[in-house]
Design a protein around this ligand. Structure first.
Ligand code: PHE
Length: 467
């Protein structure tokens, strides 16, 4: 059985940063952020998202990394060990378990969207010539509701993920992130410039950065019979922003704790976490700036929901010279960003089973991946009217319901308990020693993790029950 001494380590701080940013940056930033910003009314939502990333996400990120590094074990064992060293209840181990479960659930729909991206590499290479809003919407609609095609791509996505995880930390993950993460950044910058030039940049900037708090806090409903509009106060969109912050930073799921367990002591967790949060939110904003100028220039609806990226970008690719190559490259890199996140979603489960059974990574990854791919069929078919499309859970299709459960409930709840554990159940002295920050920075971290995170997350949870 693998003990602490055999636990793998990152080759360098640079590979750790790339892997952590690789986990954080993914569909959450490039697919979910734009469509959520669109659905939730833009500026004010974006502002809350950013505030949550830095005031709540960042301290939880540091807390997770430091628990992982201290224990040098996967989340279930890490929680068990740190709780016992601090003389705390064994029940804290549940936090590790909820991470394993959450990662599992997320992957059962994440890989379906990952599959959509893979399919779009091929579609982009074939060209989107002459696509207008109507055609683009129809193409995505026909594809995503097809009972067979998306399923095949979903399996391909899981197979690639499993193949990389099976190679282990250095052979698989590190090699892949080194080359492709920087390429993603460069291409995204290119896309932002291109859509800024051909699209309606002014409208996009206004939508993303002009906070309209009324839209954030008031839900409009139109009475079908009378046409009367009623406005009700709601916290639902604030919870969406909180959920998105957690999702896009990979928090509250043990993922980052697992990556922390591969850290050596010489790495500065505070600085690293800040860079990760910065890169992550920058990519989300860049994705927004690549997509919304096109949305507004072509008269698309910002509230297009899950299809937003797949509907808007093909219009741009269809018009630019060399669009086949740029389009295919973009979806390729997005697929890659999604795979590095998928790897990090499966990693807590795989490394846990590895520690427990000592079996080979290849066998474990194939087994876990196979199970996820099979359960994921339900997510794929939930988009298809002919199969499971009519199943509705609290008014959502199965895929959106899973997303709601993980993003808006499990991840913020995970973050809440990690903050409570780190602020109240780890002694100040030990927390300080593990983080090795300067005094002033440590005080800020401790204040955020001990008071701000628990109070803010609970406040959002409680108020959403009432409003
Ligand atoms: N952060 C990833 C993304 O933005 C998703 C993710 C969530 C990965 C939770 C790991 C854990 O796509």
């Amino acid at each position: 059985m693998a003990g602490p001494t055999e636990h793998a380590h990152w080759s360098s701080r640079w590979t750790f940063m790339l892997a952590a940013v690789g986990s954080a940056v993914g569909l959450g930033n490039i697919w979910k952020f734009p469509y959520q910003a669109g659905l939730n009314g833009g500026g004010a939502f974006v502002l809350f998202y950013l505030a949550f990333v830095f005031l709540i996400g960042l301290p939880v990120l540091m807390a997770e990394l430091s628990i992982g590094r201290r224990a040098q074990k996967s989340p279930v064992y890490a929680m068990e060990q740190v709780a016992s060293e601090e003389g705390r209840s064994k029940l804290w181990v549940l936090l590790g378990w909820s991470g394993v479960l959450g990662g599992f659930i997320i992957l059962t729909y994440y890989s379906v969207v990952g599959g959509w991206v893979l399919a779009y590499i091929v579609k982009a290479a074939q060209g989107f010539g002459g696509f207008d809003a109507e055609m683009s919407r129809a193409t995505f609609g026909a594809f995503s509701t097809d009972p067979v095609e998306p399923v095949i791509w979903h399996f391909v996505f899981m197979a690639v993920t499993v193949a990389i995880v099976a190679q282990g930390l250095k052979g698989g993950l590190e090699k892949a992130v080194k080359a492709l993460m920087p390429a993603l950044f460069v291409l995204l910058i290119g896309m932002v410039i291109y859509s800024g030039v051909v699209g309606d940049l002014g409208a996009a900037l206004y939508f993303l950065f002009n906070p309209d708090f009324h839209t954030l806090f008031y839900q409009e409903t139109v009475d079908a019979a009378t046409g009367a509009v009623t406005q009700t106060f709601t916290i639902a969109r604030v919870l969406n922003a909180l959920g998105l912050a957690f999702f896009s930073l990979s928090l509250g799921m043990g993922t980052i704790m697992t990556y922390g367990s591969y850290l050596t002591k010489d790495i500065n967790i505070g600085k690293s976490a800040f860079t990760i949060a910065l890169a992550d939110s920058a990519v989300a904003l860049m994705a927004g700036l690549a997509i919304f100028p096109i949305v507004f220039a072509f008269g698309l609806n910002p509230g297009e929901s899950v299809g937003l990226v797949f509907i808007t970008l093909p219009i741009a690719f269809g018009q630019m010279p060399g669009g086949e190559i740029v389009g295919a490259a973009f979806f390729f890199l997005l697929a890659f960003a999604a795979i590095t996140s998928a790897i990090s979603l499966i990693e807590p489960t795989v490394s846990f089973i590895e520690e427990k059974t000592g079996k080979s990574r290849g066998v474990i990854a194939s087994f876990v991946g196979g199970l996820i791919a099979t359960i994921g069929l339900l997510s794929a078919w939930s988009q298809s009217g002919s199969v499971l499309g009519d199943v509705s859970i609290f008014g959502m299709d199965l895929m959106s319901a899973k997303g709601y459960l993980t993003d808006n409930i499990m991840m913020p709840a995970g973050g809440l308990f990690i903050a409570i554990f780190s602020g109240w159940f780890i002694s100040r002295k030990n927390a300080m020693e593990e983080l090795a920050l300067e005094d002033a920075s440590f005080r800020k971290y401790y204040f955020l993790v001990k008071y701000v995170c628990p109070v803010a997350i609970s406040a959002v949870f409680v108020s959403v029950l009432f409003f």
